[in-house]
Design a protein around this ligand. Structure first.
Ligand SMILES: [Zn+2]
Length: 729
């Protein structure tokens, strides 16, 4: 069939398609706005389709076929909606699909893609069907035989195919001309390979079409997710409300939400784009609303009253971009009761879930701070307390815990030492300190870890099981009873080998299952990062004292100044800890009976900005804290009474001295456990490590352990010393 290019041709075709006077006018076929009027959909109670009231959809209400399908049309690369909740975009999409179908001269194959079956069905039953049934004009076009079909609907000569990304037929081979993709941010967790992979496959479905139009719709999610990437590549069309004093927006040259609002006279000489008015939703509610009774917004620049946020205009921040046409609308544009300025501020101030507020109301991506367990103030406090407690980084120690995480050629190592660390200012005693951090480069990590196990008298280590499983199993065997091999798996926070069925531990001939500890990634990380945030771990002051050998065997001494290594040393550790946020996403799996499982996810947003490195120190820290738990330790902060405090401090000093007499020291001034010989060292077993067995330990009741300085009971699993040393004479 020849392509129809003129309205006259369209009209002629329609005349053939409909009885005279009963069909849509040629103008309605060409112009979506006129179609909305003629289809009388807003008379059917579908309020959001009234183009005269819901002006924020104006740019997409005004679309004509010429604009849409012309090779030079402004929508040629597709349309992105970055939207708040309840703003009518989904309703728009239904009406728009139907409008596409009414052109009998151009049969279209349209795809409507949803994240899950539930969302798809909800869309059909609550939006599409009522709309089709509501308009006599549209009912005429429907093929009744296919009306109840939830796979596809035939309207006129065109067909709308319904698919959900989780489904088996999601990527079937039906060729498409246009696709509508809804709630794309949820696709990430559902489709293997994420939203980008799913959309790539959908693009293939459109390979034969000369239209190939993709429409992405989604509420916002977290920063840097797929929808955000599309947004940043787009022309970023936003609604600018006019300020009574004429303030203007200076569009940042970088394609980000960093625009500034200034008084008009300050815009003179600005090199970039200047747009009249202000985008209210770009600002925190406290900056655009004076108080919760407010009936008007105020300009974030001059404080002038913006009586009607709808008095303004749409403008593209980056009109020349090659990317998609993208439009953002937030509830600051809405005039419902719930969107009154004072109400928006109130909802902001009382929000239980800030992400939901920022996504649903302000149309802005957000990562909840509560999803980011370690904040700068936690880090600073841990360092200040460490400083006041006089802590330093160590070359060795006793009774320590170790965590190690592998990536490529690097091993991230974190060692912590239990004790009673007194902050004289607060009078609090803290149970743990960081003793050592290291990134070891090279394949000789087993030798390095062997040495650290000895130097620090490590009583329990947890290291990554993968990727070098043979060597990790050998390492665990070499340090029998003191090493567990970690694997992240959803489930309980931590499952030790003894917690699991013997049968599952016996499956592998080399016994690797015997050493495996299963950790739920989100649960364990939130527990260990939470332990840091709650102040259990102190960070020593001063330079990180360690020797570090790089792959060329050059000895580097001050670790903090090693250049060219992302995330090395104390600064890297800090970044890894603070940059990690945790979230739970729901993953839908396709099995015989569909089930939803909670998939754990971690978000490392800051690292994308920094060039994309993984927070391996955070995993190593997690393994180490889990090692303290595997060792039976449960800790809480103690508030010491002054006498105990003094006694503890004194005992600690004595302990150091006495230990020095009992066993040789390493060159770095630490007690050398290795001097006890293989029997003593390897004999450390969790079950045997009871206090009260030591010549220094309490025989009954509680006492200060002369070795650790800890206040221990006679039979508690607290003493880190090897059996051979602490047996009573
Ligand atoms: Zn102003």
């Amino acid at each position: 069939m020849a392509k129809i290019r003129t309205l006259a041709q369209l009209g002629q075709t329609l005349d053939e398609a409909f009885a005279p006077g009963e069909g849509f006018s040629p103008e309605a076929v060409e112009d979506f706005y006129i179609f909305l009027k003629e289809a009388r959909l807003m008379d059917q109670g579908i309020r959001l389709l009234d183009p005269d009231k819901f002006y924020w959809l104006d740019p997409v209400y005004r679309i004509t076929r010429t604009e849409l399908f012309d090779p030079a049309g402004r929508f040629r690369n597709g349309i992105v909606f970055r939207k708040a909740a309840q703003m009518g975009a989904s309703t728009w999409s239904v009406a728009f699909m139907v409008w596409l179908c009414i052109d009998e001269s151009r049969p279209l194959s349209i795809g409507s893609y949803w994240p899950t079956k539930e969302e798809l069905q909800n869309f059909i039953t609550t939006r599409l069907d009522p709309m089709l049934q509501g308009s006599p004009q549209l009912a005429r076009l429907m093929d009744d035989a296919e009306f109840d079909n939830t796979q596809a609907k035939k309207i006129g000569r065109s067909t709308i195919y319904f698919r959900h990304v989780a489904g088996k037929s999601a990527m079937d081979a039906v060729p498409m001309d246009l696709v509508f993709c809804d709630e794309v941010r949820l696709w990430e967790a559902i489709y293997p390979g994420g939203a980008a992979a799913a959309l790539e496959r959908i693009m293939l479905r459109m390979g034969q079409s000369d239209i190939q139009l993709m429409i992405l719709m989604s509420t916002t999610g977290i920063p840097e997710d797929y929808m955000e990437q599309r947004w940043f590549e787009s022309n970023q069309t936003k609604y600018f409300s006019l300020c009574p004093n004429g303030c203007v927006t200076l569009v940042s040259a970088a394609s980000r939400d960093e625009n500034r609002v200034v008084p008009r006279h300050e815009a003179q000489g600005y090199e970039g784009r200047v747009i009249e008015g202000v985008v209210l939703s770009d600002f925190e509610p406290t900056r655009i609303v004076s108080d919760i009774r407010a009936r008007t917004f105020t300009c974030p620049c001059c404080g002038g009253d913006i009586e009607d946020p709808q008095s303004g205009h749409y403008a593209a921040c980056y009109p020349d971009t090659e990317g998609m046409f993208a439009i953002e609308f937030a509830q600051t544009l809405s005039k419902t009761k719930n969107s009154r300025p004072g109400r928006i501020l109130e909802r902001y101030l009382t929000a239980q879930d800030m992400k939901e507020f920022m996504n649903g109301v302000m149309a802005k991506p957000h990562l909840n701070a509560e999803g980011r367990p370690v904040k700068p103030e936690h880090w600073n406090l841990a360092r200040e307390r460490g400083f006041r407690a006089g802590l330093t980084w160590e070359y060795g120690g006793a009774g320590c815990y170790l965590g190690a995480d592998f990536r490529h050629n690097q091993t991230h190592i974190v060692i912590g030492e239990p004790g009673e660390y007194l902050d004289p200012e607060s009078g609090l005693i803290f149970p743990f300190k960081l003793a050592h951090l290291e990134v070891f480069e090279g394949p000789e990590w087993p030798e390095r870890l062997d040495q650290l196990m000895v130097d620090f008298g490590v009583v329990q280590a947890i290291i990554d099981f993968l990727p070098d499983t043979n060597r990790t199993v050998q390492f665990a065997k070499r340090h029998e009873g003191r090493v567990l091999l970690a694997e992240y798996r959803n489930g309980d926070l931590m499952r030790l080998p003894n917690d699991r069925k013997a049968a599952t531990r016996r499956v592998s001939p080399d016994g690797r299952e015997e050493y495996k500890v299963l950790l739920d990634q989100v649960k364990s990380l939130s527990a260990s990062l939470g332990a840091f945030a709650s102040g259990q771990w102190l960070v020593p002051d001063g330079p990180l004292r360690q020797d570090f050998t790089d792959r060329k065997n050059v000895l580097l001494t001050d670790f903090d100044v090693v250049e060219g290594m992302d995330g090395a040393g104390r600064e890297g550790f800090k970044q890894h800890l603070m940059g990690l946020a945790l979230r739970n996403v729901t993953q839908v799996t396709q099995t015989d009976h569909r089930e939803k499982v909670n998939k754990s996810g971690i978000v490392t947003q800051e690292f994308y900005d920094a060039g994309g490195f993984d927070p391996h120190f955070a995993h190593a820290f997690n393994y180490m804290v889990m090692a303290t738990r595997a060792d039976g330790g449960s800790v809480k902060l103690l508030k010491a009474n002054p006498e105990d405090l003094a006694a503890a401090m004194q005992a600690r000093q004595i302990a150091r001295g006495e230990v020095a007499q009992a066993a040789p020291m390493t060159p770095s001034g630490k007690f050398n456990l290795a001097a006890l010989g293989p029997q003593g060292l390897m004999g450390v077993r969790k079950a045997q490590r009871k206090c009260g067995g030591c010549v220094h330990g309490p025989r009954e009741g509680r006492a200060i352990c002369l070795w650790t300085g800890m206040n221990v009971g006679a039979d508690e699993p607290a003493c880190p010393l090897p059996t051979g040393y602490r047996a009573r004479p």
